[in-house]
Design a protein around this ligand. Structure first.
Ligand SMILES: [Zn+2]
Ligand SMILES: [Zn+2]
Length: 152
């Protein structure tokens, strides 16, 4: 049995072929509905054309900013996209305002951009990037299941 491209599985299982170096099927990166839950401060929700639904909170999105500066910074700190900076333990907890964009807008047909309240706005979140960063249990499970290489 050969599996070409992305298998569309009704429920329960996400196709396992979507490795980072392989292009995703067009319907997997075509948003049918995009909801930016600004007033609620909840985050971004996308219904994809293949029936999958993804949701991200704003804190995650801010820490997953795909701009060159943020990518470099995460690399230097060894963080994954969306992973929060660890705060020094000795500091007293300070009030941090909720991470939220002031606004969001579409970039062409392929991406969305956020104008964060902290003034940052350089990140362009392509549908492809977002789909690959889907936070649903199915996708995060698949992403954790990395090939282990040669057996010990
Ligand atoms: Zn950035
Ligand atoms: Zn998912």
């Amino acid at each position: 049995m050969s599996h070409e491209g992305i298998r569309i599985v009704d429920k329960g299982q996400q196709a396992r072929e979507d490795q980072d170096d392989q292009p995703l099927a067009r319907i997997a990166v075509t948003p049918e509905k995009v909801r930016v839950l600004l007033t609620e401060g909840r985050g971004l929700e996308i219904d994809w054309a293949d029936g999958h639904r993804s949701a991200w909170n704003f804190a995650w999105l801010r820490e997953a900013c795909p701009c060159a500066t943020c990518v470099e910074q995460r690399k230097a700190e060894g963080r994954k996209p969306g992973q929060l900076k660890s705060r020094p333990a000795e500091l007293l907890p300070m009030y941090t305002p909720p991470v939220k964009p002031a606004s969001a807008h579409a970039v062409g047909r392929y991406a969305i951009q956020f104008n964060w309240l902290d003034g940052h706005s350089g990140g362009i979140y392509s549908w492809d990037y977002l789909r690959r960063s889907c936070q649903c249990p199915e996708c995060t499970f698949a992403a954790d299941e990395e090939p282990t290489g040669a057996p010990n």
